[in-house]
Design a protein around this ligand. Sequence first.
Ligand code: AMP
Ligand code: MG
Length: 973
Amino acid sequence: MSEDFFLFPVSFAQQQLWFLDQLAPGRPVYNLPGAVRFKGRLGVRALEESLNEIVRRHEILRTNFQVIDGQPAQVVAAEASHRTLPLIDLRDLPPEKREAEAQRLSVKEGRRPFNLAHDALLRSKLLRLAEDEHLLLLNSHHIVSDGWSLGVFLRELVALYEAFSNGRPSPLPELSIQYGDFAVWQRESLSDDLLKHDLDYWKQQLGGELPLLELPFDHPRPPVQTAHGARQEIFLDKSVTSALKALGQRTEATLFTVLLAALKVLLYRYAGQTDIIIGTPVAGRNQTETENLIGLFVNTLVLRTELSSNPDFIEVLRRVREVTLAAYEHQDVPFEKLVEELQPERDLSRMPLFQVMFAFQNAPLPSLELSDVSLELLEVDLGTAKFDLTLNLSETSDSLNGYFEYNTDLFEAETISRLSEHFQTLLQSIIADPRTAIDSLSLLTEREREQQLFEWNDTSRHYPAQTLHHLFESQVERTPDATALIFDDEQVSYKELNERANQLAHYLHRLGIGPDSLVGIMMERSIEMVVSLLGVLKAGGAYVPLDPEYPQERLLHMIGDSGCRVLLTQQKLIGAVAAEGLRVVSVDEEAFREESLENPESATSAENLAYIIYTSGSTGLPKGTMLAHEGVVNCLWWMQETFNLSGDDRVMLKASLSFDASVWELFWPLVVGACVVVAQPGGQQDGAYLVDTVIKHNITTIHFVPSMLPILLDRKELSDARSLKQVIVGGEALPVESLKRFFTRSKAALHNFYGPTETSIGSIDWPCDPNLARPTVPIGRPISNTDVYILNRDLQPVPVGVAGELYIGGAGVARGYLNRPELTAERFIPHPFSSEPGARLYRTGDVARYLPDGNIEFLGRADEQVKIRGYRIELGEINSALAQHPDVRECAVVARESVTGDKSLVAYIVAEEGASLTVSGLRQYLREKLPEQMIPSHFILLQALPLTPSGKLDKRSLVQAEGTRASLAVQYV
Ligand code: AMP
Ligand code: MG
């Protein structure tokens, strides 16, 4: 560096870039590369002189950054030393290779790091491709330049070259101020009251916790943000551009505002979040003197808009316009200063304040014209991205073009090309009717719609329109002597099972049981239990499982609600419930052993009910789902076509009857001639017992809820269980680790089978791939005669990759909830995509997304339903049980997940004044109302429940409250 230099403070933006460079020196992400193509006879000398003159005029181009007195400072060389323009001649290469080499060199040059303390921060190099074709490679560090500066640079270059090549002196007037003056002014003005006023605006706008925009990433966010990026071009033609401009004119919005509003709607639809923040660069040259300077002036405005309550696009435009105008008014606060003031939580995985940028250039670059040479500015893509996603658009004479730049550690290219297409469909849809509510605007292309709604649901297959018991009876005729059941050492043949069930059926028939009448079954797992299930169906009725472990109160509610007048039970359970008008029949008694052994006639058809299963209800009482034979038969038929059980297969029956996995465990083998091995009561919990039984009885097919899978995988004897052909898991999400562990232990096939009780056992299936290379296990595709949809609130299909709610239609859809017409109407909606009269869709409450290949990924719940070890629980039900306790003033129940993924229930309670609550008292109280699975494992007493302004439980502060529970809590278990 020359002896003569002078010093300036750094501007705020420079300070930030300097700081970032200190953290990770020489990253190319803040390089600003560019290239200018010259065609015609280029005067290299004149070009070199022009470049030197520009450096002479602009002190910033001879500035370096060094620490002076502990602070970074701009060190400006007083004299501009002459720089020669390096020339690389590519004419030695064959002509067809020159362009590629030029490309390679431009990227290589563009990525070359700068040493901010010592290097010239503007570099240039000339490539000669032919006698009359040159490429000028430029590269500067952002700390001395910005997008606007490029325009200044090119304008001066053209003017100077034109003059020098004709032997004339520079026509440019000297600059009145330099960048250093600006930096000084900025530092001084920042102490002003004026700025304080601006800052207040931003604090009010962006204070508090800011949302993190969760776009549908293809990969988990790395803990430290990377700048690996790529671009995809986007072009909006004349008709779209002029329609958007016209829309802007009608609504007094600029084209920028219209595009920004549309981008916000796109992000809203993609992320499902309503509070959308986008950053946008502004020139930051509010004083006319700065307009002709090269230097870092660009500032970033943070534009936050709330899109809740499904407004129409015009309203969004109004909101965006308002926020944009206010932001412009307060734009003097440098972004870096703002970050410093707001002190957002430090998180190295992302940019502070916003993750998506929209950059719009409507000031066209100066027309590049020289008398005997033509110029063209080229973009150089270094493969970097500063943000998760940036939309860069430039307005040309009558169209818009630009690119999406995205972080390649987060997104796959195909995701961005879809996003870009969706942006364009969205714009079309806005143009067609800007009064459309934003949930209803279209995103999907026709092709995608067709694929999602129809191609991926092309599942139609024949299945028998028969009842379960008829299918069983046909099997009895085929294989009367085959073993149907094994329980301990007892074996029951198909014929014998049929006859015993027939006797019970005749007996029930005489009690008035017929189509759609309900019979309670409260029994432990046993041969009698199976006889009872078949007996009820054969009588023509439907069964209602009543778990003997449930508290009285709950059982009585289920009996009362279902209106069942007959309850089948066992001797030892008799007396567990008694209700007026309820006939309790002990199946181990011989009462009906006198009945006929013949199959009873029944008027029951496939549309009649087979069973009603009660599940937890959010409003405080369990609800019964009514399932007909046909849906169940369809599911079992699909299972048979998929797994092809034969007479040699053995299936373990171990699920509780209250869980519909038991339906397939029992009826699937019984309608195809396989054998059911009935597990001991309680045996489902006991890993050693299960593995022993699998080995002892040569079980081929077994069900597990994923959280119970470890009790199988933990047994090393599992590898000896050679008989096992398929393990079917379902009921909750299957972790990838379990999948991987499974395949190290077993040669059996593993299926991830998804389905709510409301759609007949299972609706979606994924045959697990041992080589799965995704962070989650997909749930796959719909089974036969089943159609699934992933929809937004307006029942519009969401794009591939985007989260939406899962809806299920087809053969399995239940009749509805017993005695709950309103709830039924809410959850079973008219099918929006089917022409079949009366067709309905079940709204699952599950959040899911499509993977690009059409497989479905389960993401979680949209509501307060949780699964604890496969047991379906509405937190609201526990809450309302607790709230009824006289000493409980307020309460909240949450499911907490441990680091190992185990979930447990925690109840937060605020006691009434003066009340003395004990944990054991609360437990006892709940045990009288709720099944054991629904009793929280922890009770925490607080002095007040932390609530958000909208009255919801503030889970973040709960965790904090728990952290300080020593002072707050009365009791903690
Ligand atoms: P249930 O009615 O007990 O079968 O519970 C149905 C709910 O369990 C679904 O709505 C899902 O939330 C969850 N579920 C069932 N199967 C799966 C699966 N394979 N993967 C993830 N969640 C599942
Ligand atoms: Mg299920």
